[in-house]
Design a protein around this ligand. Structure first.
Ligand code: F6R
Length: 610
């Protein structure tokens, strides 16, 4: 996730920008750059790598009290010096930093190129600088209004013009941006920690708002240029909680970020009319796609659980048989791989040693192609795979994976749709309905987050005191139950088991005793009656049942002690919503037990050893 910092005032802009960017390092980045205005010149320095590389690269300090800086997390165009921000127009009259994705950048780039503009990078951002250049008629503010009217997608922007010193323009649509208010100085930043050293008075820009910033003032406007006023937000957090966005833990912040992460991961991967999946990053030719006769999905932990949902999605839409394999097993099991086997590896970090080794094993056995689903551009797995589908979740700091899982699911649904399209499978006819349902997910996830207080109560007053807990479900509900149980055990240290509900009576029912919490998932319509019978079975042994069911399911209240509902979607998308209450349950149980939520014992975020 990119980071933006901007400054205008009496201090050294270079120093403020570099210090501010260092406070945004937690967002993850692969390159960095700054631009500082001085005596009619917009000086730009940018490099691939960490901020220390940028500091070493700036041999002569950039003099000046006005500038913009950026840490880039590559999405369009690989990490490189050229693709690092700030970006300029043809003549270096304007500089731009950007966080987000300009969805229609390809069309704009073609249009601007045909008008004679020359591009230096492969980024979507650079179109903004050239558009400003194209439309500029002496007033940066009105030009930016015209420019943003042409942009589709998500964008937080910082912009400066050589001809208008003493002025920064800040724009926000769907990517965060705050303005810091100082005395004879003002700031912009993607997040509060970047400016907390200088000021606690801020404006938090909302979507569709922009600002003209000088050292002595900030004027706020809508995208139509209508002046607006906003309350000043006084930040009371200390530096550590500011990094967590005011949340007590990264895990809760990351759970809460899921609607945005899902939206970002979907962005530009569905055609505007919703009729097609547009996974342009995949170079799988139609010929190869049509010869594939089996798929292996390989991953560890939470990513493996995402793979189980992916299997159902792919088999459903394409009828290609899919095996989901634990990477540490796959690498040693002499897997049967042919040149018709497509291998999908899933890894948040892109560095998990077993997944990397399993991928190499499949390659050495001559698989048709490896597609990696990962959250980290430039990671080992991303570099070695033939194709990469990025989960645009932003960095995940908490050891327990949350937003990476939901965005992995989104990528798997998109990939399933893409394969169905290419192979002209019957399932391709469902794509318009699936696309519509996918687009509704961010808002529905937001709705599920509203159940937080109920889950907190259940976790605090009931679950946290127990030593064992069961999760049951059938079909996809079982796949998500496995993830719910993993979350609970890893951060609350409560022993948790997930069972295919129909399998209980083959052994585990012996463990169901009075008061044991059973989380029962009932979102798979075809299996509803069957799962309800299993709930009745555990209730007959005096278990305490919390059901996760569809909104409007009156029947389930007759069988469960407590019910948490999720809004209706297609049953095969239910895992995206059904996992959220389970993540919250694990979180609140862990808090109630006084555990170190973000760093559970014995676990590491990136498992780079076997
Ligand atoms: C659980 C969790 C782990 C990871 C696993 C794989 O919350 O985070 O189970 O999912 O270690 O990691 P990645 O996805 O980075 O390969």
């Amino acid at each position: 996730m990119c980071g933006i910092v901007g400054y205008i005032g009496h201090r050294s802009a270079q120093e403020v920008l570099l210090r501010g960017l260092s406070k945004l390092e937690y967002r993850g980045y692969d390159s960095a750059g700054i631009s500082v205005y001085n005596e009619g010149d917009l000086q730009v320095q940018k490099v691939l790598g960490r901020l220390v590389a940028l500091e070493q690269h700036i041999q002569t300090p950039l003099i000046g009290g006005q500038g913009i800086g950026h840490t880039r997390w590559a999405t369009h165009g690989r990490p490189s010096d050229d693709n690092a921000h700030p970006h300029s127009d043809c003549s270096g009259r304007f500089v731009v930093v950007h966080n987000g994705i300009i969805e229609n950048y390809q069309a704009l780039r073609e249009e601007l190129t045909s008008m004679g503009h020359r591009f230096q990078s492969q980024t979507d951002t650079e179109v903004v600088a050239h558009l400003v250049e194209e439309l500029y008629a002496g007033d940066l503010f009105t030009t930016v209004i015209q420019v943003i009217a042409r942009l589709e997608g998500a964008f937080a922007l910082g912009i400066m013009a050589k001809e208008e010193p003493g002025k920064l323009i800040a724009v926000r649509k769907a990517s965060p941006l705050v303005i810091g208010l100082g005395d004879g100085e003002n700031f912009i930043a993607s997040d509060i920690p970047a400016i907390l050293e200088y000021t606690r008075e801020t404006y938090i820009l909302d979507d569709g708002e922009m600002a003209v910033i000088t050292k002595d003032g900030v004027d706020l406007f809508t995208f139509a240029g209508v002046p607006i006023s906003k309350d000043v937000f006084h930040v009371t957090w200390d530096a550590v909680s500011a990094e967590k966005g005011g949340f007590d833990h990264f895990m809760l912040k990351e759970i809460t970020e899921q609607p945005t992460a899902i939206r970002d991961t979907l962005t530009s991967r569905i055609s505007p009319d919703g009729s097609r999946i547009t996974l342009n990053e995949i170079n799988l030719t139609d010929e190869v796609a049509n010869t594939i006769d089996r798929i292996h999905i390989v991953a560890c932990g939470t990513s493996y659980h995402a793979g189980l949902v992916g299997k159902a999605a792919i088999e459903n839409l394409t009828r290609i048989p899919v095996n989901v394999e634990i990477a540490s097993e796959y690498r040693y099991c002499e897997p049967i791989v042919t040149d018709k086997t497509l291998v999908i590896v899933i890894s948040q970090s892109g560095e998990t040693a077993d997944t990397l080794a399993a991928m190499r094993e499949a390659k050495s056995r001559g698989c048709a192609r490896v597609i990696a689903i990962t959250n980290v551009v430039g990671s080992s797995i991303a570099r070695e795979a033939d194709d990469v589908i990025l989960t645009l979740a932003g960095p995940e700091i908490s050891v327990a994976s949350t937003k990476a899982y939901t965005t992995q699911l989104i990528c798997l649904y998109l990939l399933a749709g893409h394969l169905a399209q290419v192979r002209h499978s019957e399932g391709a006819n469902l794509i318009p309905d699936i696309a519509q349902a996918l687009r509704a997910l961010p808002e529905q996830a937001e709705q599920v987050l509203q159940t937080s207080a109920m889950i907190e109560k259940f976790a605090r007053t009931y679950a946290a005191a127990k030593e064992d807990c069961f999760f049951i479900g059938r079909g996809l509900d079982y796949a998500v139950a496995l993830e719910g149980a993993l979350k609970l055990k890893e951060i609350s240290y409560i022993h948790a088991e997930a069972y295919a509900a129909g399998e209980l009576k083959h052994g585990a029912l012996a463990l169901i005793v009075e008061g044991i919490p059973v989380i029962a998932l009932v979102t798979q319509d075809k299996l509803y009656e069957k799962t309800v019978s299993n709930i009745v079975e555990v209730k007959a042994r005096d278990a305490y049942v919390l059901a996760l069911a569809w909104e409007g399911d009156a029947e389930i209240h007759k069988h469960a002690d407590e019910v948490i509902t999720i809004p209706r979607t297609l049953p095969f998308l239910a895992p995206v919503l059904a996992v959220i209450p389970q993540q919250l349950l694990a979180y609140y149980a862990s808090v109630a037990r006084g555990n170190d939520v973000d760093k559970p014992r014995n676990l590491a975020k990136s498992v780079t050893v076997e």
